[in-house]
Design a protein around this ligand. Structure first.
Ligand code: V0V
Ligand code: CO
Length: 146
């Protein structure tokens, strides 16, 4: 079961400036930040609210760390904006398998490492009406990295 919007991924050219915009305009503070070398991103997670499934919803601000990364390619083509949405689930493996069986391309054979020690996979945007869609299982709260 998909039980929450885990995050909305927003691609930007300058993470620090974008973080400052969200702070100054809305009062959202950075909950967590990290570099994910595999994904080629530097990211900041802004927590918006906790959710009834024990998780939370975030904005994920993403700046590319290298010109050949997926986010850099996307920014070249589109400029800044909403890059992906992510649904939270307790069982990313099971959800991915079930969605694959429906004929939607799941981009990874096995979920990979995401923000705060989560496990993530992606669905191809061309199979999802133009929306790059991520599935996330958060790390258990006690082992979440902040
Ligand atoms: C590409 N397309 C998109 C899109 N990216 N459509 C909607 N939203 C996006 N974000 C379209 C693009 O316009 C093309 O359409 C077509 O898909 C093929 O795109 P491409 O530019 O040729 O790029 P590809 O095929 O090399 O790569 C596209 C995919 C790639 C989706 C396969 O971006 C990917 O693997 N994404 C998953 C990983 C990722 O995005 N990581 C960054 C976030 P036309 O022009 O042919 O019509 S990392 C993250 O979220 C983390 C760590 C986390 O949450 O914890
Ligand atoms: Co994401």
């Amino acid at each position: 079961m998909l039980t929450r919007i885990d995050h909305i991924g927003i691609a930007c050219f300058d993470l620090d400036k974008t973080v400052e915009f969200y702070r100054a305009t809305y009062g959202f503070e950075v909950f967590h930040s990290e570099v994910n070398e595999e994904q080629g991103v530097r990211e900041a997670m802004l927590k918006i609210n906790d959710t009834s499934d024990g998780g939370a919803s975030y904005l994920q601000l993403l700046e590319p760390t290298r010109p050949d990364s997926t986010v850099a390619k996307w920014l070249d083509k589109n400029g800044e904006g909403v890059h992906h949405i992510a649904f939270g689930t307790a069982d990313v493996d099971g959800e991915a398998a079930g969605i694959r069986d429906k004929g939607v391309r799941v981009l990874y054979e096995e979920p990979r490492r995401g923000s705060m020690g989560s496990r993530i996979t992606f669905l191809h945007p061309k199979d999802c009406h133009g929306v790059l869609t991520e599935l996330v299982t958060s790390a258990p709260v006690e082992s979440q990295e902040h």
